[in-house]
Design a protein around this ligand. Structure first.
Ligand SMILES: *[C@@H]1O[C@H](CO)[C@@H](O)[C@H](O)[C@H]1NC(C)=O
Length: 225
């Protein structure tokens, strides 16, 4: 309402399509959630787990921690169930990093092939390339993740970073509980994950999401010498 008032009183805006201006800046074409999604509502009925819009690129923010570390990072993400790959670009404290998780190449114990490209401690440093199997810090969520894992609906939450989001609880690859957040268009907008073996918590939030098939060149990394 405040924003509406501001829009209406700003003298500089060309005023030919005021409703479009408001739609674009506030709602991003997201319908509201149905009353049946509301916990403690007599209209509540657990929805069937939906397919997730999981092929996208976006900006991300992550907080990962355990009893021995706490790391807050941000960057750009390419999340592609089609290519079975996740590329995560990050910058923090004089490091520029690009990390590729290749889910087409996994080991018998479910580790994932990772290529880590790092420039540090200065931009003039020679890039380092590391490859190996890792327990991936970045999951690949297929579009049927909630259906296949028979996820439990956990209500519409007022997430402090995302605003209203539908939350779903499931267990990721038997390694720990995950809460997946979807906006009202079914787009995957973040998740909270708790790894029970390493006792690590990860909170990921996605912003500026662009849905759609990702160009495979995005996943071209230099080969290790
Ligand atoms: C897949 O993993 C193996 C290690 O088992 C590695 O040598 C190989 O380069 C990887 N393949 C690709 C395409 O990255």
């Amino acid at each position: 309402m405040l924003r509406l008032l501001l829009l209406l009183t700003t003298p500089f805006l060309p005023f030919t399509h005021p409703t479009q201006v408001i739609m674009h800046s506030i709602t991003r074409e997201k319908p509201s959630f149905p009353a049946s999604y509301e916990l403690f509502s007599s209209a509540f009925k657990q929805p069937d787990p939906p397919l997730v819009k999981a092929e996208f690129k976006c900006n991300w923010q992550q907080h990962a921690w355990s009893s021995s570390f706490s790391r807050i990072s941000s960057g750009y993400l390419y999340h592609s169930p089609t290519h079975s790959k996740v590329r995560v670009d990050a910058t923090y404290d004089s490091s520029i990093v690009s990390s590729l998780f290749d889910y087409t190449n996994t080991s018998r114990d479910n580790l994932v092939w990772n290529t880590l490209y790092t420039i540090e401690p200065s931009v003039s440093a020679t890039p380092k390339i590391w490859t190996g199997f890792v327990k991936p810090a970045w999951a690949l969520f297929k579009e049927d993740i909630l259906v296949k894992s028979n996820a439990v609906f956990a209500g519409v939450v007022d997430d402090r970073w995302l605003g209203a989001a539908a939350s779903w609880k499931t267990v990721y690859e038997n390694s720990g509980p995950v809460t997946v957040y979807l906006d009202s268009s079914g787009t995957f907008v973040g998740y909270d994950f708790y790894d029970v073996t390493t006792r690590t918590g990860i909170v990921n939030r996605f912003f500026n999401i662009e849905l759609g098939k990702i160009d495979k060149r995005v996943f071209d990394f230099p080969k290790k010498e």
